[in-house]
Ligand binder design. Structure first.
Ligand code: FRU
Length: 509
């Protein structure tokens, strides 16, 4: 393993080798961000799940640690969360050394073939040495199965107002809430979601947290993240969200937000949803527990993959990466409250040289490779443009390309008022006919200036448009590395307001 293999991400977390899916148990403790992840150490496709483990001082540069949780007599270790039990409510640590407690799904692989329904249960494990070694709780499971086949992915947090632990669980087509005084004894509290949002696939990997409304510090709302597979806006798996209130037992949708996630009255078959990321490759993402910095940030990472084709992508000897870490915030927009995602500021720690390109009106294609210091990927670009009010302008944006004829295009289409990522010509794509060639995302903020912040890695692009209001994440596999960059605009003059960028160092060196 060199971290220089073809398509190896340079600014994204990957396991050294073998199969990875969801991020799990993300928690901050004693100066370290912990990332656990769904891991199968014996193959590059999904199999008996373990929790892989890595730590980082900044969510950007990672140190791999030994596997934290292995399958056992109760089954595979599926997705879940981790918390610091500060008050030692569980009694698993001491007041001076609070336990780190992981709450996960035990999946009995023999249940389904045997025709049973109850093969997913919730269990806990704890560590008293900063996540280095783990002990499974002797009385697992802590939540038994009521007879429902899909019953998994516990996300646990401490609810300050009611002084108790809350667990949210993905239960087939809805969410179940449980509460507990001690992480060991859980009581069913309520359910949510049967008639709202997208139900194109099974519900997985929920998360629930409170966020202040930007610009209105008195007001806070609860944001509910929910992954769904399939049924995503551009095919396969994706993450939708809800905004509302939570009293420690029940989640209530905001009346205004409810309109955007209830079946369309004109066409009840059409489910409406609001998506955290419209790209095809951001799934099962949740936020870190116990982030104690003064900004009170809500920090998110997702799995940069899609169940439609993740197991057949052309990478070796590993499969899958995580998204860049992102900070989530809540904003009042013309369409109501919306979650914005922005890359975390810690990414500046790997900047290795900035550049600016001359701005002005252009038409057609403008090469900018020569202006980029290292003339290589990874690369961050910030571009701003304004379409002339008198001329109709076609799609515009950026492309990266190589000498073998592969090109990736990312941009905005003013006619359709939508962003797009076009990977149809970006290299190998014959491994799956579900590898969506072009993805689209609606614009939700209406400002005459179009802003795009783009992060290019060897095999992925992340677009944060309009300050993070619209996000798209997509992977691709060029036949030779992309090293050339150009701006493009089709049909009509475009006024570039800002073209600025940063080269970045690999996180593995
Ligand atoms: C989501 C998911 C989870 C499950 C895990 C199994 O990608 O299907 O619901 O816990 O992956 O690896």
């Amino acid at each position: 393993v060199t971290y220089r293999e073809a398509h190896r991400p340079q600014i994204h977390f990957t396991p050294p080798s073998m199969w990875m899916n969801d991020p799990n148990g993300m928690v901050f403790y004693e100066g370290e961000y912990h990332l656990f992840y769904q891991y199968y150490p014996d193959s590059t496709v999904w199999g008996p799940m373990h929790w892989g483990h890595a730590v980082s001082p900044d969510m950007v540069r990672w140190e791999h640690l030994p596997i934290a949780l292995y399958p056992d007599s109760l089954g595979y270790i599926f997705s879940g969360s981790a918390v610091i039990d500060w008050k030692n409510t569980s009694g698993l640590g001491t007041a001076n050394n609070p336990p780190m407690v992981a709450i996960f799904t035990h999946h009995d692989p023999e249940g389904y073939p045997a025709g049973r329904q109850d093969f997913q249960v919730q269990s806990i494990a704890y560590s008293l040495d900063r996540g280095r070694t783990w002990t499974k709780y002797a009385d697992n499971p802590v939540v038994s199965n009521p007879g429902i086949q899909d019953f998994r992915d516990p996300k646990v947090s401490w609810h300050e107002a009611s002084q108790q632990w809350v667990m949210i669980l993905a239960v087939k087509d809805r969410i179940h809430f449980y509460t507990s005084p001690n992480l060991k004894d859980w009581t069913f509290a309520s359910e949510f979601g049967e008639n709202v949002g997208s139900h194109g696939g099974v519900w997985e990997c929920p998360d629930l947290f409170e966020l202040p409304v930007e610009g209105d510090p008195e007001q806070t709302k609860w944001v509910f993240l929910l992954s769904i597979n399939p049924g995503g806006p551009n095919g396969g798996s994706a993450t939708q969200y809800f905004v509302g209130d939570f009293d420690g037992k029940t989640f209530t949708l905001d009346p205004e937000f409810a309109q955007d996630v209830q079946p369309d009255p004109a066409d009840p078959e059409r489910e409406q949803a609001v998506w955290l990321d419209y790209g095809p490759d951001n799934y099962a993402g949740v936020t870190f527990s116990d982030v104690l910095d003064q900004d009170g940030r809500r920090l998110f990472m997702g799995w940069m993959g899609n169940w439609d084709y993740a197991q057949v992508v052309p990478t070796h000897p590993w499969r899958s990466a995580m998204t860049l870490p992102r900070s989530l915030s809540l904003h009042q927009t013309d369409q109501g409250l919306r979650v914005f995602s922005r890359p975390v500021k810690e990414i500046s720690g790997i900047y290795s040289g900035g550049f600016e390109v001359l701005q002005g009106p252009t038409e057609g294609r403008q090469e900018i490779t020569a202006a980029i210091p290292q003339q290589s990927i990874p690369l961050e670009l910030e571009i701003e443009a304004m379409a002339s009010p008198t001329e109709s302008v076609g799609p515009f944006g950026m492309l990266i390309y190589n000498d073998t004829g592969d090109t990736l295009r990312v941009g905005f289409d003013p006619t359709e008022q939508r962003y797009f990522v076009d990977r149809s010509q970006a290299g190998t794509n014959d491994f799956s006919d579900k590898f969506t060639p072009v993805s689209y995302a609606p614009r939700t903020v209406f400002d005459p200036i179009i802003k795009m912040n783009l992060f290019f890695d060897e095999a992925s692009v992340e677009l944060f448009a309009d300050n993070g209001a619209t996000v798209m994440t997509a992977i691709f596999f060029p036949n030779a590395p992309f090293r050339k960059v150009a701006l493009f605009s089709e049909g009509g003059e475009l006024e570039w307001k800002k073209i600025e960028g940063r080269s970045m160092r690999s996180i593995w060196r």
